[in-house]
Design a protein around this ligand. Structure first.
Ligand code: KDG
Length: 337
């Protein structure tokens, strides 16, 4: 009889604990929304999912992050403004469309600034990157981490592009950023700024001849359906910045704030590794379905030379001190190779 009673107590306790666990899963303390522009096949979406899973697990189910892709919640600038208003919690835009929010972000738009992804990591993860993230605090945003979009490459539907002369007159979509526009004008193109969500249909309708993005984006957003030529120009390295609304941050207790910070840092390295692996893999896939021009060092140097005037044109707007600090940091990185 005694054993039977003990068994019943243990059984009821187990059922109670399971019931509490299920109710927590069904009713998280904080249900947050995260939006991106890329689709759900992208390394960025996979990294956001990795981040959301880490947060859910490490918060003991107290924070659930619902993910929205393919610009469902708006374009980069609209989603960033939604964070400032507290009506969305996370987004992860390229820095280029945020140049109007944090002027210093424009330094990353200087053509051919970073020689490799590792050099970019060294600068972004230094006091320079920390200081730029800190500037977000004054405008209702929390910069949780620098993630990676990657080196950007040109596609078009008109001709192979291997020299700046080949770029003449091409109507190229760029991100909404003055330095990107200036760089493509300097290379001889006729650039049009446009939100990411409008790009595929603009190419499909012939509104633009081409665009520029990392290899993974080009492949996974199905651009080969409307583009014939790709050139590995690598003209700009594009960071992503994982953003949180300051209003959301302020609603969270300190222990959950720490969960977000730790998960963002862990997911940063997962994102960079995955993004590099996928960009390399999709370059090979693009070679099978598009006319891929792999530029020589000399051919890339011609594009770099054509865009150098853009550095001087925007030095005052970006701040020569910031540019010099990045160049010193890059020399520091190079000396360690
Ligand atoms: O999810 C990120 C996109 O919204 C965008 O930033 C991607 O590089 C991009 C572009 O060309 O707009």
């Amino acid at each position: 009889m005694k054993f039977k009673r003990l068994f019943m107590v243990l059984l009821l306790s187990a059922l109670l604990i399971m019931g509490l666990a299920v109710s927590a899963a069904a009713n998280p303390e904080f249900r947050l929304r995260a939006g991106i522009g890329l689709n759900d096949q992208s390394a960025q979406f996979a990294s956001m999912q990795y981040f959301a899973d880490l947060v859910y697990e490490n918060s003991g189910g107290r924070i659930q992050i619902d993910l929205y892709h393919s610009s469902q919640l708006g374009d980069d600038r609209e989603m960033t403004e939604a964070l400032q208003m507290g009506v969305q919690d996370f987004t992860c835009p390229s820095t280029a469309p945020l140049a109007g929010f944090v002027s210093g972000f424009k330094v990353f738009d200087l053509p051919f600034l970073f020689p490799t992804e590792e050099a970019a990591d060294y600068v972004l993860d230094s006091e320079i990157g920390d200081a730029l993230l800190a500037e977000l605090e004054g405008i209702g945003l929390v910069g949780l981490a620098w993630w990676e979009n990657g080196f950007r490459h040109l596609t078009n539907r008109v001709r192979p592009v291997e020299t700046p002369a080949d770029m003449a007159g091409l109507r190229v979509r760029t991100m909404e950023n003055p330095i990107h526009l200036a760089a493509f004008r300097a290379m001889g193109a006729n650039p049009t700024p446009m939100a990411f969500g409008e790009l595929f249909s603009a190419m499909q309708q012939g509104v633009v001849d081409g665009q520029e993005n990392p290899f993974g984006t080009i492949y996974l957003q199905n651009y080969p359906e409307v583009q014939d030529y790709v050139s590995d120009t690598g003209h700009i390295y594009s960071p992503f910045v994982l953003l949180l609304s300051q209003m959301t941050w302020n609603r969270l207790p300190a222990d959950l704030q720490e969960v977000l910070v730790d998960a963002a840092e862990q997911a940063k390295w997962h994102n960079r590794d995955l993004n590099r692996e996928w960009n390399a893999m999709y370059a090979e896939e693009l070679d099978k379905v598009m006319n891929l021009s792999r530029l020589t060092m000399e051919q890339k140097a011609a594009f770099q030379e054509a865009t150098m005037p853009v550095w001087e044109q925007y030095a005052d707007e970006i701040g020569q001190d910031l540019i010099d600090a990045v160049l010193v940091k890059l020399d520091e990185w190079a000396a360690q190779q």
